[in-house]
Each structure stands twice: as structure tokens, then as C-alpha cells.
Design a protein around this ligand. Structure first.
Ligand SMILES: C[S@@+](CC[C@H](N)C(=O)[O-])C[C@H]1O[C@@H](n2cnc3c(N)ncnc32)[C@H](O)[C@@H]1O
Length: 274
């Protein structure tokens, strides 16, 4: 249930996802690949691949002798990302519809699993980590990113819009405690059998040309799961409240920048000799 409505929102958003002129998923994805130290000829699984923020840098890193499998539960994400890989002539890329919680691949299939900004969306992120350990070869690597710090105004703007939800609308589930701190995330990764665990942070500044640009961006990613539940007759007031909170004293036509920090956890698969 939780995953279904989230996946529906991403499926609706897929056309615009990461395509509205905002630095966000692209730089985070490229950094995840860099910190995972992806090498030529490696076999990599990218779960929750979206529009390829992780997948395309990974495809460059593994080169023609490697292979990258992107899996996403949203069929439109898969269609668009697969088409983009074909347009770029990336024969080392396959994109499939697949579950990030239970990737359906034989044990030991991959040298690297990447999970960029997806595990906190899953009903059982601990089960997902155990599944990644299973599909990695001994000595393989896992690289996972989660949110660390978001601009406080962003959270306030989301809450201002959520105040317009009907009483019977679903509310976002309480995040699993494993996302509360770097230590908790590392402990969860260790609990799934991984070793050699590091956790580092990385920040990106996103710029919005005006309040409408910010709102367009909100519809293009996971915030859509909230916005799509607000009845059409309440949406103008809800989005006006969100923009007012986000812009504060600035004029709606003024530019705004927002800093977001992620955690990148890199770990060695069970049986790792590194
Ligand atoms: C925030 S986006 C991240 C996409 C990409 N990794 C990136 O960094 O831009 C989350 C992605 O996970 C996908 N997703 C959500 N739940 C999923 C699940 N259970 N299995 C597979 N993909 C899922 C969504 O469709 C979406 O494409």
C-alpha cells in the first residue's frame, strides 16, 4: 500500500523527474557513483533507478566491458530511462521493472549495488539491505544514499501544504529509525551482514528562478505523492501556502537557493576480503 501510492506518484512524475532545470538528483547520483568507486568492467545493479541520475554515471564508469542493470517499480521511469540509454548508444545498460526491496536476481550476480535516494521509500528497508547482500558477490560493494539535512523551510512548506489534505487522506508513514542518524544507518547496514562501512555527507545547492519553478519541481519528484492527494478545489490555497512559507519575505518572482545534504554509505558485502 505504502509502496503502491509512492510508485504511482513517481510514475506520474516520470516525464518531468529531474528534467525541470534544478540541480538535485543529478549531482547526488554522480557523487554516489564516485564514492562507490565503480570500476571498468564491473556488473552493477541500480535499484530505484528513476531517470538515471545514478545509472548513467555508473554506465560511464563500467564502460563497454561492464554492465549496469537499472530497476524501478515505476514503468514510465523504466520506459524513459531505457529509451535514453538506447539514444545514448549504451549497450552496457538494461533497464527493467523491478522491486527495490526484493530484487529478483540470482545470488552473487553483481559487483556493486547502488540505491540512490530510494531505501527510505520501502516498506522494509532492512529486508532490502539483506536482499542487496544476497545479490552481491562476496567482496562486492553497496552504496546507498539517504537524506541527512534538508532546508528547514522545505519541511515547513510541505507541512503547510499537507494541512490542506482531507482528514481521510493517507499521511506519510513514520520513517524507520534507521534513517534517524548516520550511526543508525550504519548499524542497519552492519545488521544486514555488511562490513567496512563508511558514511560521508555531500551537499547540493539547488536554485529556483521563482516560486512557480519551485512548485513545478515539487510536482516532478516524491513531493507529488502529497500534492496529488490534495483535492483540486484546495490545491490553489495549498500551493500558495507552500510557496509563501518557502519564499518568506522574498517576492514570489525572486530567486531562491536551497541546500540539501545526503548521507552516502558505502559497505563491503558479506565475505568481503577488502
Ligand atoms: C527519489 S527517486 C530516486 C531515483 C534515482 N535513484 C535518483 O537518484 O534520481 C526514487 C525512485 O525509486 C522508485 N521506487 C520507489 N519504490 C520502489 C520500489 N519498491 N521498487 C523499485 N523502485 C521503487 C521510484 O519510482 C523512483 O524512481
Amino acid at each position: 500500500m505504502r509502496t503502491d501510492s509512492v510508485v504511482e506518484a513517481f510514475d506520474e512524475a516520470a516525464d518531468a523527474y529531474d528534467q525541470v532545470g534544478v540541480d538535485f538528483f543529478g549531482p547526488f547520483g554522480a557523487e554516489l557513483v564516485r564514492r562507490a568507486d565503480v570500476k571498468r568492467a564491473e556488473r552493477l545493479l541500480d535499484v530505484g533507478c528513476g531517470r538515471g541520475a545514478v545509472l548513467f554515471p555508473a554506465a560511464r564508469a563500467v564502460g563497454r566491458d561492464g554492465h549496469v542493470t537499472g530497476a524501478d517499480a515505476a514503468a514510465t521511469m523504466v520506459d524513459l530511462t531505457g529509451a535514453e540509454a538506447a539514444r545514448r548508444g549504451l549497450r552496457q545498460v538494461t533497464v527493467v521493472v523491478g522491486d527495490a526491496q526484493e530484487p529478483a536476481f540470482p545470488a552473487g550476480s553483481f559487483d556493486v549495488v547502488t540505491a540512490g535516494l530510494v531505501v527510505f521509500l520501502l516498506a522494509d528497508p532492512h529486508a532490502a539491505l539483506r536482499a542487496y547482500a544476497r545479490v552481491l558477490r562476496p567482496g562486492g560493494r553497496l552504496a546507498v544514499s539517504t537524506f541527512a539535512d534538508q532546508d528547514p523551510a522545505y519541511g515547513q512548506a510541505m507541512r503547510a501544504m499537507a494541512a490542506h489534505l482531507p482528514a481521510d487522506a493517507g499521511r506519510p508513514p513514520t520513517p524507520d529509525p534507521m534513517f534517524a542518524s548516520a550511526e543508525a544507518t550504519m548499524a542497519a547496514v552492519a545488521g544486514a551482514g555488511f562490513g567496512d562501512i563508511t558514511c560521508t555527507e555531500f551537499s547540493v545547492v539547488s536554485r529556483f528562478s521563482d516560486a512557480e519553478h519551485w512548485l513545478t519541481w515539487c510536482w516532478s519528484h516524491g513531493a507529488r505523492a502529497l500534492l496529488r492527494q490534495i483535492p483540486a478545489d484546495r490545491l490553489p490555497a495549498a500551493t500558495a501556502d507552500g510557496k509563501a512559507v518557502m519564499w518568506g519575505d522574498r517576492a514570489p518572482g525572486a530567486e531562491l537557493s536551497m541546500t540539501t545534504t545526503i548521507r552516502v554509505v558505502v559497505a563491503g558485502a558479506p565475505g568481503s576480503d577488502t
